[in-house]
Design a protein around this ligand. Structure first.
Ligand SMILES: [Fe+2]
Length: 291
């Protein structure tokens, strides 16, 4: 109460199944009271957006670090860095090339529904994207509310998945290529692919609420089930999770800063091939083992 009395910062819901705009807030200059409102908005709305930000990358990094421990950029896999020299936790996500080489990650193709770093033992908690260049159209990012997805399952399915876990295959990336460290994996059998096993229902450590927790559909497997049963249940869970009735799409504008919680949302990106330059600066925070 006290915090709200001392700040003008407000959350304005998008009107969709999740998401809110944070207004009267400057991520370059803010008080602890302002920050308390922003944190609460993220817990309440799962995705928050700050429009027309005018901060440099050092300030972006400083702001991001207020949400938790920042994860280093994955530069070890690259022939050239995809982080910024002056802000080393900031990763470039872009289709732009320089001298024929990509300046960042993920190109211009579609990125299917996923949660960030679900294929690791401790997936990232939050992801933040700051739009530095956007094409006139395309490249939208859609978010799904995974609290609502869990609530939308039939009582029978919910009862069934309470006792089940899911393997999130780690060997292949979103484009189907092998991830570093998995060059020798030859199998196409999801039962044999390597990857961490996480509960299908997880409890958010801050909100205390339960959410459906999925990664990518490709390579997902529910250990202990015959393959056909696992495939059918995975199809049902992903179809429920990604139903348009529980999805809100962010249409990027220059200066948009969007923060989402990977512990209670999934996201995907539209392709934007041939539509122009797009450059996002990304931060992620360290998460915990899902329980
Ligand atoms: Fe992602």
């Amino acid at each position: 109460m006290l915090a709200e009395a001392q700040t003008r910062v407000r959350a304005v819901p998008t009107g969709g199944p999740l998401g809110a705009d944070i207004v009267d807030f400057d991520p370059g200059h803010f008080s602890d009271e302002d920050m308390a409102v922003v944190r609460q908005a993220l817990l309440d709305h799962l995705v928050i957006r700050i429009r027309s930000t005018d901060i440099d990358d050092v300030a972006f990094e400083r702001f991001g670090s207020r949400f938790g421990e920042l994860l280093p950029s994955p530069d070890f896999t690259r022939s050239r860095p995809v982080y910024l020299e002056n802000a080393r936790y900031v990763t470039i996500i872009s289709n732009v090339t320089d001298d024929g080489k990509p300046i960042g990650e993920h190109g211009d193709g579609e990125l299917h529904w996923h949660t960030d770093l679900a294929f690791t033992d401790t997936p990232s908690a939050l992801t933040m994207l700051l739009a530095r260049e956007v094409p006139p159209t395309g490249g939208n990012t859609s978010f799904a509310n995974m609290y609502a997805a869990l609530g939308a399952l039939s009582p029978e399915t919910r009862e069934r998945i309470k006792r089940l876990r899911m393997k999130h295959q780690a060997s292949h990336n979103a484009q189907g290529g092998r991830r570093p460290g998995y060059k020798d994996i030859e199998t196409d059998d999801v039962r044999e692919m390597p990857g961490p096993i996480h509960p299908i229902i997880r409890t958010h450590p801050l909100s205390g609420r339960q959410a459906l927790y999925l990664g990518r559909r490709f390579g997902a497997y529910i250990p202990g089930l015959p393959l056909a049963q696992s495939e059918a249940l995975c199809d049902e869970l992903f179809a429920t999770a990604n139903d348009p009735s529980r999805v809100w799409a962010q249409e990027w504008k220059l200066g948009d800063l969007v923060i989402w919680d990977n512990r209670c949302t999934m996201h995907r990106r539209d392709a934007f091939t041939g539509l122009g330059r797009r450059r996002m600066h990304r931060l992620t925070t360290r998460g915990e083992r899902p329980v």
